[in-house]
Structures are given as C-alpha cells and as structure tokens.
Design a binder for this molecule. Structure first.
Ligand code: ZN
Length: 248
C-alpha cells in the first residue's frame, strides 16, 4: 500500500476530465499508489468556488471505490458560513479532513475562526491539513501553536516547510505530538534532515499531483527513493502512518 497524502483535484484535471477519475486513477496505478488524500484547488484560489468545488471533490472521490479520500475547505472570512459549510461537508458528504492554504486564501492560522475549526475537526476525528512554508500566514510554527491549543486535533504540515522553512517544520513536529509532517516539496538534503530529526510515526508522504498536469508522483517518489529508506521507514511513511491518521 502507498498512500499519497497530498494531491488536488486540480483545475486542469476538472477542465479536461470533468468529474471522471479514470485517467487520474490510471496515473496512480502506474506508480503503485493505492490511495490518495484529495484536496480542493478551485476552492482554494477563489472563495466563491468553495461550495461547488467541495461538491466536485466529493463527487469525483465517490467514484473511486474508496481510493480517493476527500478533504474540503471553507471560507474563514465568513465564520458562520464557514462553520455551516464545514458541517455540510463532514456530516452530509463524509469528507475525511479539512484543508487550508492560508497564503492563497488570505487568512491567518492565528485567526480565532481557526480555533473553532480545529475544535470541530477534533470532535469529528478528522485532520486539518495546511499548506505550509510560505510566510507570513503559512509557517510551521504558527500551525504548531494551533496544535498546542487543540491537542486532540491532528494538524498536518502539507509541505514540511517547503524549501526555506523545513528546519522550522522539524521543530514544529518535535514541539507537539499532534503535528504531522507530509514530506512533499523540500529538496533532498532537507528530506534527509526531516527524516532524521522527526518522530517517524508522524511522517507521511505526498506528491502534490493534480496542482498542474505535470507528473509530480514520479518526481517525488524518486526523491524518496534517494533517501534509502529502511523497510520499517518505508512502511511507516507510505502506509502505517497515513492509515492511522485517516482511519483507513
Ligand atoms: Zn498542494
């Protein structure tokens, strides 16, 4: 089993394939990826698209026989609307997590509505997944503080700090037992340091497949190959940890 914990039902995929995941799943089969967390894309770049994009993600994932695990987003600029959309997604549409891209969505991880969302997520038992590594709104340390305020909520650093904040992501993972690191996007030397400096039981892997039409799975699986993972590390990162995080 390989779980890709960072993919998007991207604008280019929606434009070409509508809500049909056949080509998407064929790409995953080609790389031996069995399951994927599927994040929104259109809803992250335009708040007006949030409900329709959540519906699109739910619909396409429902056609995947359980292989595509949907995550929703909400507009935290409108707290009441955000909480009602969150309820619709988690209760009616069975979303399995929540995604924020604070940089694109123009919101701070420190906004009070994030605490309300984190509470809802903790009660529902679903993780909150963040784009991280982009100041001023998307830093691992900001997410670690949210995690400390909500110890029952699992908080995922979607990029383990990207290219410039990966050291901070290691510190964030060390600082709270409910912070997880998705090894997606840092360079090879950073990935090595993250592997060495983090609790193995909270590391997962992701490709960012779907954000564009490029094959990110091939590139980011190849980077992981270069780490020379032991069988235990491979099992933990690609299978055991995501299964525990997602309850699958
Ligand atoms: Zn992404």
């Amino acid at each position: 089993m390989i779980v890709d914990c960072h993919t998007h039902w991207g604008a280019e995929w929606q434009e070409r394939d509508g809500l049909e995941p056949t080509r998407w799943l064929r790409e995953f089969d080609r790389h031996g990826v069995t399951h994927a967390i599927v994040l929104p894309h259109l809803g992250l770049i335009d708040a007006g698209n949030i409900p329709s994009d959540n519906d699109a993600v739910a619909t396409v994932c429902a056609k995947s026989k359980g292989r595509m695990l949907p995550f929703c987003t909400v507009n935290i600029w409108q707290p009441e609307t955000a909480l009602s959309e969150l309820s619709r997604c988690l209760v009616q549409l069975n979303f399995q997590g929540i995604k924020f891209h604070p940089w694109l969505q123009g919101c701070s991880v420190s906004d009070p509505i994030m605490d309300q969302v984190a509470d809802v997520a903790g009660t529902a038992g679903v993780p909150v997944f963040f784009h991280d590594g982009t100041p001023p709104f998307s830093l691992p340390s900001q997410m670690a503080l949210l995690a400390k305020r909500h110890p029952k909520t699992q908080i995922v650093l979607g990029h383990t700090g990207l290219f410039e904040h990966w050291r901070e992501s290691i510190a964030a993972i060390q600082s709270a037992p409910n912070v997880w690191g998705c090894m997606c996007s840092p360079h090879l030397a950073a990935l090595k340091a993250i592997l060495q400096g983090s609790d193995l039981s909270r590391l997962i892997w992701g490709s960012d497949q779907g954000w564009t039409s490029n094959d990110f799975i091939d590139y980011r699986l190849s980077l992981m190959d270069c780490l020379g993972l032991t069988n235990q590390q491979h099992q933990a990162i690609f299978s055991e940890n995501p299964r525990r995080l997602l309850g699958i």
